[in-house]
Design a protein. Structure first.
Length: 220
């Protein structure tokens, strides 16, 4: 099993830190992630020596030793500048950033009360870093058509999480034109999913969100 931990550094699943559950885990240091550099970057975590050796080879042109290429690889090495920024500028702040996101998420969970809005739910053995706070509208609540108004009212980065799902991507549609039964569920959820601001949410005061006409929800 390979974990996708691209924006979950610090989260807990089933009582274990993410990145330690599967045989390997992929982390992203893209600038928009909860631990981001100033450009592209990433890492793989594993406790399997064979997987670690293969990843080191693939990231360095497929070399097993200098100038000996066992397979075609990539130039995917994190450079020293990005590594220094991650280690010395951003990593020391990650705990405080995560604490702020969790503070905001708890305020949302406690303050949002609307019969047509479904909020995230966590088991007692899980701890999210709330890189995203998804808000899902129930039947009849088409969030996507309202998101400019939501953005204007919130005055922070409230956005549509996924503007296009896979079936609407021309490159994939040409390869698999047939409609899969699972697409029906995706298309139902697609227009109703919004992301509320987490780290950028306001401190103090009251942020109000509009849902379907005059219905409002107090966040703070």
């Amino acid at each position: 099993m390979v974990e996708d931990c691209a924006q979950a550094i610090g989260a807990v699943h089933s009582g274990r830190q993410v990145g330690s559950v599967g045989q390997a885990a992929a982390l992203s240091f893209y600038p928009t992630k909860n631990l981001g550099a100033i450009g592209d970057g990433g890492a793989v975590t594993t406790d399997d020596a064979g997987i670690a050796a293969r990843c080191r080879s693939l990231r360095d042109y497929g070399q097993s030793q200098r100038y000996l290429h066992d397979e075609l690889g990539l130039n995917s090495r994190l450079d020293e500048i990005h590594a220094a920024i991650l280690a010395h500028a951003f990593l020391p702040k990650l705990e405080a950033w995560t604490a702020r996101r969790r503070e905001v998420a708890q305020a949302y969970l406690a303050g949002i009360r609307h019969p047509e809005v479904r909020l995230p739910a966590l088991a007692s053995t899980e701890a999210s870093v709330w890189h995203l706070f998804p808000v899902y509208g129930q039947a009849g609540l088409q969030c996507r058509g309202r998101w400019p108004e939501l953005h204007a009212l919130w005055r922070y980065r409230t956005g549509v999480l996924f503007r296009f799902h896979l079936r609407h991507r021309p490159d994939l549609h040409r390869r698999r034109p047939r409609r899969h039964p699972g697409h029906v569920r995706v298309e139902t959820a697609h227009p109703r999913l919004l992301g509320a601001p987490s780290l950028e949410a306001p401190r103090g005061g009251t942020a109000r969100v509009l849902f379907r006409g005059a219905a409002t929800i107090s966040i703070f």
